[in-house]
Design a protein around this ligand. Structure first.
Ligand code: C2O
Ligand code: CU
Ligand code: CU
Length: 462
């Protein structure tokens, strides 16, 4: 028997799961699906007039923050309104393989005006994101990256929840796009943008209650930039990395010891707002030359005087612990491409050159039909040994499964769950996982120019 109070809670949950206004009339849950159009957009990224030819999921606005609830169905009908082919991928979410949005591997690319119904029940709460996986370089560079928040079953008790989608755009002085990628960048650390933004805006300010508690969710959705974050003078704590609550505590970042957030990664900060109205906290990134401010939080309104100790700690997501003793080691080497063959591109684009490889084999193109890099037995524990023989760093991302870094030849590691781990120059990094989600899971560098010029493949769990 369902009590009225429970019923009200459930319908409120469904409405918020669909990202709809909680003040509207109760909706039939079957009709609460999201309808999302991938569409052209223009927006004032720089002063002096809108940037044209952007790509979003909203009319002339940045891609919206989508909200789902842990353990509740999420449904998004995504329609492609571009002339380019594309797909949508839900980065970090452990979902059924056929919902993963990887062209040719899990679905066919969507042509203009074609729709795909993405439907999954996120098992893990936290900060995730979405981006296309076909024409990936162009569409991400033009703007199509956004946050997907999976809300905890229990409210941790913040006064405010602020999402910062960090990324660059490559714009000329006229505010219009220049070349989106370069051969020079693709062969090195990736091509950086010219304008740093948070939520498509340069140095925006967000208000939060004076003395209140803010959950600041920061997403590195840039195609190349490795952020080095710190918040001078702020009092706070890192509560989650890459979606998952931190089990091994991470130090509060400083200018001398910033938090490295590489493309694809996310961090959730719990922050105590300053106790005087009008005071600000800056989110900074270290960059060649000088540190740069990315965004500001400003204290506004009456005094709350809350402390981080007031928060309910985040419940850990339910993940299977790998058994390290008997785990099979599977080796991967990331490096240059042994041959300069052109990738074959299907409908999902090629940059026109090949520079990189996994296990000395460059990804031959999305439509190539090649086999997996490795096949893992469903339910088995594995150690993936990731070895970098190139002089560049690579944020290595695995779809569909969470893993834990356990060992490095270069540094001390915090063994927190993740889906994207930065592999340093000269590093051999062991990561452990349980292969508990069946399917073909893309495995690639999240510097998109590396991914699209060879540093990609997939791992089969069967
Ligand atoms: Cu966020 Cu395969 O990517
Ligand atoms: Cu992903
Ligand atoms: Cu890379």
């Amino acid at each position: 028997m369902i009590h009225r109070r429970q019923f009200l809670q459930t319908s409120a949950a469904l409405i918020s799961a669909a990202g709809l206004d909680a003040c509207g009339p109760p909706l039939d849950p079957a009709r609460a699906d999201l309808s999302l159009d991938i569409q052209p957009a223009h927006f004032n990224v720089m002063a002096g007039g809108p940037t044209q030819n952007m790509v979003s999921l909203a009319a002339n606005a940045p891609p919206p923050v989508l909200r789902a609830r842990q353990g509740m169905p999420f449904v998004a009908n995504v329609t492609n309104r571009l002339t380019d082919y594309t797909t949508m991928h839900w980065h970090g979410v452990r979902l059924p393989n056929e919902m993963d949005g990887v062209p040719y591997l899990t679905q066919f690319p969507l042509r203009q005006d074609e729709s795909f119904r993405y439907e999954f029940t996120p098992p893990d709460a936290g900060t995730y994101w979405y981006h296309p996986h076909c024409m990936t370089m162009e569409l991400m560079a033009l703007g199509l990256t956004g946050a997907l928040i999976v809300e905890e079953k229990e409210d941790p008790g913040f006064d405010s929840d602020i999402v910062l989608n960090l990324r660059d755009f490559r714009l000329g002085d006229d505010g219009q796009f220049t070349d989106l990628y370069t051969a020079r960048g693709a062969a090195r650390g990736g091509t950086l943008g010219t304008v740093m933004t948070a939520n498509w805006t340069q140095d925006p300010t967000y208000d939060a209650p004076t003395g209140g508690l803010v959950r600041l969710r920061v997403l590195a959705t840039d195609t190349a930039r490795i952020y080095k974050l710190f918040l001078p003078g702020a009092k706070g704590k890192i509560i989650a990395m890459d979606g998952h609550p931190v089990a091994v505590p991470l130090p509060w970042p400083t200018a001398d010891d910033p938090l490295i957030l590489s493309p694809g990664q996310r961090v959730d900060f719990a922050i105590e707002m300053p106790s005087d109205e009008g005071q600000e906290i800056s989110l900074m990134t270290d960059a060649p030359g000088a540190a740069r401010r990315l965004a500001r939080l400003r204290s506004i309104g009456g005094r709350e005087n809350r402390s981080i100790a007031d928060l309910n700690p985040l419940a850990p997501n339910q993940l299977c612990e790998p058994e390290l003793a008997g785990a099979e080691v599977v080796e991967f080497v990331f490096g240059w491409s042994p041959s300069g063959d052109l990738p074959n591109n299907g409908l999902c684009g090629t940059l026109g050159y090949t520079f990189w490889s996994i296990n000395r084999t460059p990804w031959p193109g999305d439509a190539s039909g090649v086999g997996p890099l490795a096949t893992l037995k469903q339910g088995g524990s594995y150690i993936l040994r990731l070895r970098n023989e190139s002089p560049n760093a690579h944020p290595i991302h695995l779809h569909g499964l969470a893993f834990k870094p356990i060992r490095s030849n270069k540094r001390e590691l915090a063994a927190n769950w993740t889906d994207t781990a930065l592999l340093l120059k000269g590093e051999t990094l062991d990561v452990a996982l349980v292969a508990d989600n069946p399917g073909d899971w893309a495995f690639h560098c999240h510097v998109i120019e590396h991914q699209k010029t060879g540093l990609a493949g997939y791992i089969r769990v069967a």
